[in-house]
Design a protein around this ligand. Structure first.
Ligand code: URA
Length: 193
């Protein structure tokens, strides 16, 4: 994590951060991945979304949230008049796909976290959306998405809202009602500030 911290600190732009991550050779996940999945959307957007890690489709295309979960995410955003291209900026806790989509390991997250923190610093969003447990634990140190979802968290220096991960919503469609409430909460925050 020290090497990552040095490399992340030295990055003065998103382009430099992407290059620094691409040149980082200390994470085993990189060896098994086809592509670095850096980010998508608009770096000037007010909303930054952080997911978990690339899956098969994302690894192949080098873009976050392009598979089934990503299509659901696009529809969720559209439902509150946010477009993926212009109104949000999307990234993940991990830029490389874990083998067989296994859960990211704490040491992998810890090693790469300086890059994620720098990513948020460089984008400077007004609002942060954390999708799912892995993202909430990485950014806030909190678990229990069912309990913490939909409530604004002030632990970071910007308003942060945990939400269910769209991949979870695909498996548990009954949770979409709560996801809808959380989207409205996000929309209200954007309208009010
Ligand atoms: N799930 C994620 O958390 N991120 C992606 O990019 C795709 C699926």
């Amino acid at each position: 994590a020290d090497l990552a911290r040095q490399a992340a600190k030295a990055a003065m732009s998103l382009e430099q951060l992407q290059a620094a991550m691409g040149a980082f050779e200390h994470c085993e996940l990189k060896k098994g991945a086809r592509n670095l999945v850096f980010a998508d959307g608009n770096p000037e957007a007010r909303v930054m979304i952080i997911g978990e890690a690339p899956g098969r489709d994302e690894d192949r295309e080098g873009r976050p949230f392009v598979g089934r979960a990503g299509q659901l995410l696009d529809r969720m955003l559209e439902a509150i008049d946010l477009s993926r291209e212009s109104s949000v900026y999307i990234t993940n806790v991990l830029p490389w796909r874990p083998p067989q989509n296994r859960d990211p390991r704490p040491e992998e997250i810890g090693m790469l976290k300086p890059f994620l923190e720098r990513h948020v610093e460089l984008v400077k969003p007004d609002v942060l959306v954390l999708m799912g447990n892995i993202s909430c634990h990485a950014m806030l140190g909190k678990r229990g998405i069912t309990r913490i979802r939909g409530k604004w968290d002030a632990a970071l220096n910007l308003p942060t809202i945990p939400m269910f991960h769209p991949a979870y919503l695909l498996r548990q469609p009954q949770a979409k009602r709560q996801a809808w409430a959380d989207l409205l909460e996000l929309k209200a925050k954007l309208m009010g500030s």
